[in-house]
Design a binder for this molecule. Structure first.
Ligand code: BGC
Length: 730
């Protein structure tokens, strides 16, 4: 009797129960695992870069590979490549699905860090928006574009708590505050993975780099890390837990060690804390050659030893070192690695593929790359760019009036496009960037004077003739990102001198700083009439900037990292804890730890100005006591827009546990509320404080909440605000 294709496929699915959607996920995972040989299990743990359907055909068909990293090389974020070709992805996938014994589809990973074809601000800029919904929408769009190109897995969000601006990778981070990074990171996860991973246009997210990478000594990339478990738990692990709770499918191990133990061999943190304590059932992926680097770190004799240590520690996928493919099977056969350990790794990879719906939808629909970014996508990129700008100073010069006279646009970034995309832009195209020069010409109908970008003698000549100078200075992205640390936080060579000379002309000078890190802007903050930090804003850099400078939009971003006074002041962040001999900066700003300098930051965490002013009313508390179990206090404050323009105020809540088992931060961001207010309007920011927000890990690494007093501060940044004391009662 003839059978239809449906029946035949049903019969096939009976033989392959892992394809049966009606079965519970874990039953499908187990059914597939039970069919797999040791070699096929090891295959799922093996990842190479730029898998090729031609030269790697045999590897794929044998089930010897589980995923591919689509990247140009070891530090892909600093280079451009040809991009992902959907037809190559499909060709490789077809071999895996149709020619390998069990038909297990492959995962294709790529660093989609701040947009794909539509490039958003660098993550540090996105963090400056303090806007979870905007960050989620940006990640959603990036996932839609990337998945159309065949990407099924991105290596983002980067959640390394970053308080060391010399480290180039702060550009990729979401800043220094665990609550900000955790909430924005979770928003990114929800954006990348959608409502449910496997839905249309979703990619698996990856929380990286687990953990402590932000603490590299001296800010030098890949340096060793000194940190105790208490600080890890109370600070650095927190955003990762938020990402895991948001359903993040994968986690990447950090290149660095933690107090002598390389993270790729850190059983306690990977297997005990992440997988055990937190119940993370997703995949832990190595960083690029992170398993192999255990040899260079001097804790493994060779690749075989490295493989044994990494798999035991809980690294499920070996990114590019080849150690697992070469040695895992033999390590199991010789009894040095229990089969159960390899089973656990393979099970996690299979679970991810099932969760991702790859067995049902292994192929990319389109065979050509995504076309130019859609106009709506550009609008979102513009919204995000404008929201990321942070106004540091303004002597009333901004916003500029359209009839402001002769405007000179100068500085190394005046005519730039590609440079404004920022580090880790693998798929954005420089020629599609709307440059500041083109944007100002559109706005001023060709009447602005555009300098050649050399920032030379000619600049001085033009500045003398202009009524106002807008200087676009700062760092090229090649000065930030992976393996791009600096020892000096000042502006790049020569820029300060030219700015100083322009300022000396006595005409208005607006300085826009493109940067991937907090810089020591020193006297620029004093002599310039306005300073705006624009990070690396992405595809819509020019229009977002001009709309802001000319007042169509108001800057509403806030610093996600402290701006220090100088390199000599590092560390300088809002994570400071009390010492036995406290500094009372409020009473005596000159008091401090240095004989020759102030110790307070140049610009505090959370700060940023707008084109209007806000005044805060008194703090109102619904009660001054809250029960440790189930209690809460409502704190509210009225904020008045006391200026003449509409604007956004980010009202911030900071908490301090006054007496704890370990030293706790002097001010720690606990929550924030954004108020968008018209001139003269009054808004109310309301926070619900719960005992949970005061929870921390004590000397025995036990999570606890102390009965007793806490200090509540509500204000515009980490440097001050209105305070009240509350009591947590037993
Ligand atoms: C970086 C990771 C990145 C990986 C893959 C490494 O060099 O540290 O952040 O995801 O490469 O490109």
């Amino acid at each position: 009797m003839a059978t239809g294709p449906e029946e035949a496929s049903q019969r096939g699915n009976m033989a392959r129960p892992w394809l049966r959607l009606e079965l519970p996920q874990e039953e499908r995972v187990q059914a597939l695992l039970a069919e797999m040989t040791l070699a096929e299990k090891v295959g799922q743990t093996h990842q190479i870069h730029n898998l090729d359907p031609g030269s790697d055909r045999e590897l794929i068909a044998s089930g010897g590979i589980g995923s591919s990293l689509m990247a140009s090389g070891a530090t892909a974020g600093n280079e451009r490549d040809e991009g992902v070709r959907a037809c190559a992805v499909n060709a490789a996938q077809r071999i895996a699905v149709q020619e390998s014994r069990l038909g297990i589809p492959l995962l294709f990973g790529r660093d989609v860090i701040h947009g794909h074809r539509t490039v958003f601000p660098i993550p540090l800029g996105l963090a400056a928006t303090w806007d979870e919904d905007l960050v989620r929408r940006a990640a959603r769009l990036a996932a839609t574009e990337a998945s159309a190109d065949g990407v099924t897995w991105t290596f983002a969000p980067m959640l390394d708590i970053s308080e060391e601006p010399r480290w180039g990778r702060v550009a990729e981070s979401l800043g220094e505050a665990p609550v900000l990074a955790g909430r924005l990171g979770a928003a990114m996860v929800r954006g990348f993975q959608g409502e449910v991973l496997g839905g249309p246009g979703t990619v698996a997210a990856c929380a990286k780099h687990f953990v402590g990478y932000g603490l590299v000594g001296g800010g030098r990339d890949y340096e060793t890390v000194q940190v105790g478990e208490n600080t890890l738990r109370n600070v650095h692990l927190r955003p990762f837990l938020d990402a895991v709770r948001a359903g993040c499918a994968t986690v990447m191990a950090a290149f660095t060690d933690v107090d002598g133990v390389p993270m790729h061999a850190h059983r306690r943190l990977l297997r005990d804390v992440l997988k055990g304590e937190w119940g993370f059932d997703g995949v832990v992926v190595a960083d690029w050659d992170g398993v192999g680097q255990l040899v260079a770190q001097g804790v493994a004799t060779d690749l075989r030893d490295a493989a044994a240590q990494a798999i035991a520690a809980g690294v499920d996928i070996d990114m590019v070192s080849g150690a697992y493919a070469a040695h895992l099977a033999e390590l199991v056969e010789s009894g040095q690695v229990p089969l159960a350990v390899v089973d656990d790794a393979a099970r996690r990879v299979i679970r991810l593929k099932i969760r991702h719906g790859l067995f049902e939808h292994p192929y990319v629909a389109a065979t050509t790359s995504a076309p130019q970014p859609w106009p709506q996508s550009r609008l979102l990129a513009r919204e995000a760019a404008a929201a990321s700008f942070v106004l540091l100073t303004n002597k009333g010069t901004l916003p500029l009036a359209p009839d402001t006279g002769r405007v000179l646009l100068t500085g190394p970034f005046a005519q730039e496009g590609e440079a404004l995309l920022g580090t880790w832009t693998l798929d954005g195209r420089g020629e599609e960037v709307a440059s500041p020069a083109s944007a100002i010409q559109t706005l001023l109908r060709g009447e602005a004077v555009i300098d050649d970008g050399r920032f030379s003698d000619q600049t001085m000549h033009l500045a003398r003739q202009a009524d106002i100078t807008v200087a676009l200075v700062g760092e090229h992205p090649s000065r930030s990102g992976e393996a791009h640390s600096v020892a000096d936080l000042g502006l790049p060579a020569g820029q300060l001198e030219v700015l100083r000379a322009i300022a000396a002309l006595g005409k208005p000078l607006v300085v826009v700083v493109f940067t991937g890190r907090p810089l020591d802007l020193g006297e620029v903050l004093d002599f310039a009439d306005a300073v705006l930090v624009a990070w690396h804003p992405g595809l819509e850099a020019g229009p977002a900037l001009m709309e802001t400078l000319f007042g169509e939009r108001s800057p509403g971003g806030r610093l996600p990292m402290t701006f220090p006074r100088s390199v000599g002041h590092l560390p300088s962040s809002s994570l400071a804890r009390p010492t036995g001999r406290p500094i009372d900066a409020a009473r005596d700003p000159a008091a401090g730890r240095y004989l020759d300098a102030l110790v307070v930051p140049r610009l505090p965490f959370g700060s940023g100005l707008t084109y209007t002013t806000f005044s805060y009313g008194p703090l109102r508390l619904s009660a001054t006591e809250m029960a440790l179990h189930g209690g809460s206090i409502q704190v509210s404050i009225d904020v008045t827009n006391s200026g003449e323009r509409p604007g956004r105020e980010v009202v911030q809540l900071y908490l301090r546990d006054i007496v704890a088992d370990v030293t706790r931060p002097l001010v720690e961001l606990a929550d924030w509320v954004s108020l968008v207010l018209d001139a003269g309007a009054v808004g109310t920011a309301t926070f619900t404080i719960t005992p949970e927000q005061l929870a921390y890990y004590d000397r025995t690494m036990t999570r606890r909440i102390d009965p007793g007093e806490a200090l509540v501060t509500v204000g515009p940044d980490a440097a001050g605000g209105s305070c009240a004391r509350i009591t947590v009662t037993d």
